[in-house]
Design a protein around this ligand. Sequence first.
Ligand SMILES: [Zn+2]
Length: 84
Amino acid sequence: MEDLLNKALERFKDNEAMRKVLEAAKANQEKLDRCKRPHDFVITQRVIPKATCRKCGGIVDPIRAHFYLEGIVDARKQENENED
Ligand SMILES: [Zn+2]
């Protein structure tokens, strides 16, 4: 993800509006990467829905948050089954 953002930043270095969007995306990704996991996503914007992590402040789309949380639930279920 970071490589893609860096490549895009290089490509759009002369386009100020695009550069601002990409820099914001990169800052957001850095927050998500530094989070003391697991993320704790809550829906924070409803017109264009977004999910924000209550720990790191990183923002993702709600579908990504949904599958992230579902992955945690599945992993815990599997852990419990392996303990039996
Ligand atoms: Zn987080």
